[in-house]
Design a protein around this ligand. Sequence first.
Ligand code: URA
Length: 215
Amino acid sequence: MSARPAAERREELIALMREMEQQHDCPLIATRTKLVFGAGNADADLMFVGEAPGFYEDQQGLPFVGRAGKLLDQLLIEIGLERGDSFITNVTKCRPPDNRDPLPDEIAVCKPYLLRQIELIEPTVVCTLGNFSLKLLTRSNTGITRVHGVPQEHELGGRKVQLYPLFHPAAALRGTAVLEQLRADMGRLPPLLAAPAPGQPEPPVDPASQLDLLG
Ligand code: URA
């Protein structure tokens, strides 16, 4: 449970987006079309963090609206969730030219905004999609192939969260083996979301549910 009302945190998230639109100091501003701040439920338990906007995201100002996004939508439906249950964003909020990898200075300038997004949304589970968000948020060089599908507890945006490393959906579009790994890993998301948030106590046992044991 948050100490701060969701409506208040949502207002601050909108203010953060306005701030980025007006004075974001990123070298990619020169070549991007639109800022892709992120979209979804501002009070979600679940966040996805991708790499960087691509062509369609840059045109529309929304994350994951191309083929990789369609795959993410489909995999969410398969586990009984939908995009609106989550907040989706990226490591960088502007598209790198020709979809090249984001550079260290571009990532560094966006990092405080990503952490502030996590602080305001207060997710319990943060799914990193691919290596860029994984390495940034774990502050480790260990790659996705070694750690996918195994939750790690981290402090992000001032709170403990379960960081859940997933393959990037774009990688899953390139190969069936990765797609099946991603599907299997996503299958473990519902129980992870249902588990007590890191740092939170287990819910108290309802005494009525113990009566059967005593009778
Ligand atoms: N790939 C990403 O990493 N992010 C997007 O928003 C789209 C594709």
